[in-house]
Design a protein. Sequence first.
Length: 610
Amino acid sequence: MKLDPPTAKRFTFLLSRRFWPLLTVQALAAFADNLLRAAVVLLLWQMWTEDARLRWPDAIAALALLLPFVVFSGIGGAWADRLDKAVLVRRLRWLELALAALAAAALLLQSAPLALTLLLGYGIRAALFGPTKFALLPQHLRREELIDGTALVVASGFIAIVAGVLLGTWLAAAGDWLGLAVVLLASALVGLGAAFALPAAPPAVRLERGAAWRATLREVRAQPAQINSILGISWFWAAGVWLLMLAPDWLLGASGTREAAVGHAALLLVGGIVLGALLCLVAARRQVEIGLVPAGALALAGFGFDLWLAAPAGAAVASGVPWRGAIDLLGLGAAAALFVVPLYGLLQTRVPQARLARVFALNNIANALLMIAAAVLVQALLALGASPGSLLAGLLIAHALVALYIFALVPEFLLRFLAWLLANGVYRLRVHGREHISAEGPMLVVCNHVSFMDAIITLGAIPRPARFVMYWKIFQVPVLKWLFRAARAIPIAGARENPELMAKAFSVVGAQLAAGEVVGIFPEGGLTRDGEIAPFKPGVERILAAHPVPVVPMALCGLWGSVFSRAPGAPWPRRVWSRVELRIGPPLAPEGLTAEQLEAAVRALRGTWR
């Protein structure tokens, strides 16, 4: 049995051409965007009177970077799906080098209009590059590397943003326009060199232009997980803008000036996002763990509520409270990363490669529109006299509504969250052989049946959504019934008990396999009463006769005697936080496969450990 790679070898892809060039290119792109943005803000600041300086320079510079995403993201997505992505990245880096040369001249001349125009050019380049960035990751990284790569890209991107803003502000404030020009040109040159190290990334399928966009829109509308992931990511960016405009009010007591408070708030939020992205590396355990999304949403609500309690009136806070606000802002950033990183990973794994860049283009358009709308709304409400405290309360209410909407339409998020809690709270789950679950195509997974939580644990351990067939009496267990319904489990009964229910179950299983989905079954027909594997029933042969799909054997080890098993003894506490394993074997060809052979394969995987 092939085991997961050891932790010591987990990040070997960092030094591979499959990853470091892209990491370098995207980080330098974010750095350059914000370096130039900081310089433009100062140039605009010098042009205007004191009254106009308060918010307009920041707003105009931000719009110069955001508005191109609305117009040009679609073009970037179409290019990335039709062309070799590595070639496209190189062309965009050449474009940035030309923009950097012109921007350097504008900075040396201290021309605010020219610098602002070139910042708009940087925004266009960013919009064209945006869909390629996340679409490249699943093309070059293995599935077990994808969540790590995504988290590192998100973390490095925010570090680059802060570095660009800080260095740009410092050099511009010091009047070192030559230093700004040199850094901008050096960033473009190094990024161009890294782009030439990118390995080839040809398109998966060449689609006719109009048909490709129509197919993309149809797919996104038909897949609740995809469209709600886009909603969740866009909400992350919009809420970030909303919060960043309010956060300085909670730090004025420690920062002295509003300008310093803005910088401190941004550092805390970005530091929290980096921390949260790194936490994803630990919590996700090398798979795209969308169960972290509800955890992040709850943590966001908790830290946000405590921030609101720190100054309910919304006035500038008194001494002592800013430290509480600082902790809350750091926690909000970390929670936001736990919320958004798995959503990026879900899109990367659930969308076909042929249309992935277009989907990210749609996502970037939605991001930009919601960010602009959030900024305009908050600014308008502040101008009308709304307090920061009341606007933070509004943000928390909006966050609750968005989260409830997403989780109500896609219960898979909550189910994976519960599975993650079970795997890490009630049990200590280790998964071997996760790579045997193919990324797409129909598949039947079979497993021994030890506890009432087998389906939920297994559902959370495999990287694809699945529907499990479950004995109808277990399906009807009080309290757990709502959970099994949410998991879209398929109840089944014996031919003598309820032939209609049995026929319906086989019909649903057939429809799922015909649609290219994963179906899980427990062929023993019920929970073990002695910890041993009972003979497999022949229903699996009936399924394979009608739908010959690959069969993946799995074995649960260590659950016998745990909380939810039928081991004799007191029902609680029995064994809690016990070590449990799910062992996944290589796929078996369906031709001629019998129930006895499958039972033998599962027994071999499990061994003697019950």
